[in-house]
Design a protein around this ligand. Sequence first.
Ligand SMILES: O=C(O)C(=O)C[C@]1(C(=O)O)C=C[C@@H](O)C=C1
Length: 120
Amino acid sequence: MSDNEQSDWRNSTIDAAETREHPETAEAVQAIERLRGSIDNVDTAIVMLLAERFKYTARIGQWKARAGFAPADNEREHRQIARLRTLAEQAGLDPDIAESYHTFVVSESKTRHERIAAQS
Ligand SMILES: O=C(O)C(=O)C[C@]1(C(=O)O)C=C[C@@H](O)C=C1
C-alpha cells in the first residue's frame, strides 16, 4: 500500500457512497450498520437511565442541603466503586471502565449537590 492509499484508508468511513458498492467492503458496511443500530439502542437506554439517576441524586442533594450534610460521602463512594468493579468483572467489562463511569457521574452529582446547597 502506498502512503497515499494508506492515508485514504485511515480517513475513510463507512458513509462514503463507494463503500456500499465495493464487494470487498459491502459486507463490512452492512455489519457495522447493524451494530450501530444496537449501539444507538444502548445509548438511548443509558441516557434514560442517567436521567433517572440524576433525578434521585437531585433529591439527595436537597435532603443533604436541608439537613446540613456534606455533598460528598467518601465511604459510600468506596463501597459503590467496589460493587461496580465486581459487577463489571462478572459482566465481562473492564472494571476500570465501570470506575471511570462512577467517577464521572458522582463528580457531576457532587457539583449539583454543591449548587443546591449554595442556593439554599
Ligand atoms: O449517596 C449519596 O450520599 C449521594 O450523594 C449520591 C452520590 C452518587 O451520585 O451516587 C453522590 C455523592 C456522594 O459522594 C456519593 C454518592
